[in-house]
Write a protein that binds this ligand. Structure first.
Ligand code: PEP
Ligand code: MN
Length: 337
């Protein structure tokens, strides 16, 4: 349930109630909005507890949440979640662009890609050091060495870094390098990993699973939020359908839908969503028009030689053109780029 406090309730009133709820065995999460504080109460539904709370003068009302996701829903957190990262915000009026190669392949390739995306105007650099590959015979990623190269990108370019973490055992290593930790589609329901990410205090980018419903995706986010890490960015990257002409089917209807259901920022990855670089510009513009808070785009200095996902990667010239063309779309959608 959620406890909606009166607009004039003081901090002390809120702590008195949260202490009482904790003594009763409930998990408590606060959402401090501009107008009022909402207390998210996790635990067994008890009518008498709700009635006792409602009788308190500082409490405006108590509402039972019927949806399975609680902390990831708008009822608990009506205002958009805005994540502050240095000079950048995610989920506010800024359109965030995360770009870079699929994988860290080497130091020279990485620095070249980073300089390209920075010059074009991206705020966040993406590249996987740990790679979840479908085949064990494909390039598996440079792992820890790759994180070292990403460190160099951050210190030399000032770009923020998003990179994938594949299991709960490497969260601290990845968190030491990344500004945002990425959970890949294949790991969306790795609950040990999600629980560990709930314990850290860094933003997590949670990709939608290959065949995940919107509700399953939001429940995965709920695991991270329930650990006390409220900075989750959702990433629509296409789902599996019967259509073989595209790698996945990019579900752009998920953008306005999830934004209705949840306050969390939503970004779109048209590279994995389509699998073809020629489809990336149109779907990027469509995503922004649909209300996405940002994009994640694969860019490689030389896509023909990429060790992974070359066919869906833009080359530097294509990426520059896309960013230029996106500015107008962003403006129309009320976003700054
Ligand atoms: C990636 O971002 O390179 C990646 C592996 O994406 P996904 O988990 O969406 O397949
Ligand atoms: Mn990729």
């Amino acid at each position: 349930m959620i406890v909606v406090m009166n607009p004039d309730a003081s901090k002390d009133d809120v702590s008195r109630i949260t202490d009482k709820l904790k003594r009763m065995g409930y998990g408590v999460h606060l959402s401090i909005g501009e107008r009022r504080t909402i207390i998210g109460v996790i635990g067994q539904r008890r009518e008498e507890a709700a009635q006792a709370l409602e009788a308190m003068s500082q409490v405006e009302r108590v509402v039972f949440i019927t949806r399975p996701f609680k902390l990831a829903g708008r009822e608990f957190h009506p205002d958009d979640t805005v994540i502050n990262l240095g000079h950048t915000t995610i989920g506010g009026s800024e359109l965030i662009v995360m770009a870079g190669p699929c994988a860290v392949e080497g130091e020279a390739q990485l620095m070249e890609a980073a300089n390209t995306v920075k010059e074009a105007g991206a705020q966040v650099f993406r590249a996987g050091a740990f790679k979840p590959r479908t085949s064990p015979y494909s390039f598996q990623g440079l792992e820890i060495k790759g994180l070292e190269y990403l460190d160099r990108v951050r210190s030399e370019t000032g770009l923020l870094i998003v990179t994938e973490v594949m299991d709960q055992f490497t969260v601290s290593e990845v968190a030491a390098c990344a500004d945002i930790l990425q959970v890949g589609a294949r790991n969306m329901q790795n609950y040990f990993l999600l629980r560990e990410l709930g314990r850290i205090r860094k933003p997590v980018l949670l990709k939608r699973g290959l065949s995940a419903t919107v509700e399953e995706w939001l429940m995965a986010a709920e695991y991270i939020l329930n650990g006390g890490n409220y900075e989750v960015i959702l990433c629509e990257r296409g789902i599996r359908t019967f259509e073989p002409y595209t790698r996945n089917t990019l579900d752009l209807s998920a953008v306005p839908l999830v934004k209705q259901l949840s306050p969390l920022p939503v970004i779109v990855d048209p590279s994995h969503g389509t699998g073809h670089s020629s489809l990336v510009p149109a779907m990027s513009k469509a995503a922004v028009a649909a209300g996405a808070d940002g994009l994640m785009i694969e860019v490689h200095p030389n896509p023909e030689e990429a060790l992974s996902d070359g066919p869906q990667s833009l080359n530097p010239a294509q990426f520059k053109t896309l960013i230029r063309d996106l500015k107008g779309v962003a403006l129309n959608a009320g976003r700054l780029l």
